[in-house]
Write a protein that binds this ligand. Structure first.
Ligand SMILES: [Zn+2]
Length: 55
């Protein structure tokens, strides 16, 4: 099992995302590089979607 891709990358800037929380659908992970919040929309396969934030 050495070919597991690093799936937790920011969709916006490709920065590796870290979270100490258990991965689950709906979990929000903020990217430390670009500050965007990404929501886990699917666990299998693992998919992230950036939360659109209105300014
Ligand atoms: Zn980012």
């Amino acid at each position: 099992m050495t070919d597991v891709p690093n799936l937790l990358n920011c969709p916006e800037c490709d920065n590796p995302l870290k979270t100490e929380k258990e991965l689950r659908k709906g979990l929000l992970i903020e990217c430390s590089a670009c500050g965007i919040e990404n929501e886990i929309i699917s666990l299998d396969p693992l998919k992230l979607a950036p939360l659109e934030e209105e300014k």
